[in-house]
Design a protein around this ligand. Structure first.
Ligand code: FAD
Length: 284
């Protein structure tokens, strides 16, 4: 099916895009189009104007500035999966990127679009929660920074207000390491469940712990109790098992075509143990 008619606008700068969005409340930003275009083509939604931010220079940059990784909102999923700095310093992020959809979609889809879409089955949000990322947001009259944990509000609902554009993702390099575990039915599928675990270790002791959950509720979830429990503790089978139980307190599962609540609880615990034990330096 063809989408309903819309006006197409391709600004050259964030300022130009923000100015346009300010006067056009119902306009939609187009990034990689991998979520928005199917919705338009199936006529699940229609919009009067599309603002294509794909021609704004520099918005796809990935840079390590000192101890801060900066990722432009238009950075493609495939580039994030392949980026050498990200692989070395934030393996949980490159691993998740490599599990998203298939190479065609990874070549087009962007990290900004994946985060702003607000789909609880998207993989990047959980990683951002585990890495305590911060998001830079611009609009016509202000710039603000929002923590990942304050960004994901509900299914397809984020902290973005009308007229706002996510411009940059910032992540601190603390010397931590992590894994992303995803369970899906077929290659290229969305997660039935996913979990991002990021640990800063001192020998066997956990100094800092970040855990984000994919598709375990209405939105991506930060497993704060399990994080707090592991901090200051040694990595042991007993502590991992106790933290795994705490994950179930935050998860909000339903029986559906992907499986029963019981199955999902078991799966989440299994993926968590696998992630923790797979983090570099934990098991020698
Ligand atoms: C078959 C298929 C399988 C997929 N599998 C997965 C998967 O396994 N895991 C996964 O995570 N994703 C998956 N996706 C989704 C994919 O990652 C999309 O690329 C992503 O959800 C949206 O990114 P995009 O750049 O294409 O954004 P778009 O589709 O262009 O936009 C998505 C939404 O975000 C808004 N938006 C985009 N950028 C910004 C911005 N900078 N500021 C404010 N708002 C913005 C748009 O207005 C729109 O509402 C899949 C998609 C398909 C079609």
């Amino acid at each position: 099916m063809f989408p309903d008619k819309f006006e197409y606008y391709a600004p050259k700068s964030i300022e130009e895009a923000a100015k346009f969005l300010n006067g056009h409340e119902d306009a939609k930003i187009l990034a990689g189009g991998q979520s928005l275009i199917p919705l338009l083509k199936l006529r699940f939604t229609s919009v009067p104007e599309i603002v294509d931010i794909g021609r704004i220079r520099g918005l796809d940059e990935i840079k390590l500035r000192g101890n801060t990784l900066e990722i432009g909102a238009m950075a493609r999923t495939g580039e994030i999966a392949d980026n050498v700095s990200i692989r070395g310093k934030f393996p949980v992020l490159s691993e998740a990127a490599g599990h998203i959809a298939d190479p065609l979609i990874r070549n087009m889809g962007t990290i900004g679009g994946d985060l702003c879409h607000g789909d609880p089955a998207n993989d990047f949000p959980a990683v951002m929660l585990a890495l305590d990322a911060e998001f830079e947001i611009s609009s016509a009259d202000r710039k603000r920074t929002v923590k990942a944990e304050d960004f994901f509000l509900d299914t397809f609902a984020t902290a973005l207000e009308p007229g706002e554009i996510l411009t940059k993702i910032k992540i601190q390099d603390t010397g931590s390491s992590g894994r992303y575990m995803k369970y899906k039915k077929y290659a290229g599928d969305f997660s039935i469940l996913g979990i991002a675990v990021n640990l800063l270790l001192d020998g066997k002791e956990v100094k800092k712990c970040g855990i984000g959950l994919t598709n375990c509720g209405a939105t991506a979830l930060k497993a704060k109790e399990a994080e707090k429990f592991l901090e200051g503790k040694e990595i042991s089978d007993e502590n991992i098992a106790k933290a795994a139980e705490l994950l179930l307190k935050v998860a909000d599962f339903m029986d559906d075509d992907n499986g029963s609540v019981k199955f999902k609880e078991k799966l989440l615990k299994y993926l968590f143990v696998k992630a923790v034990k797979g983090i570099g330096g934990v098991h020698k």
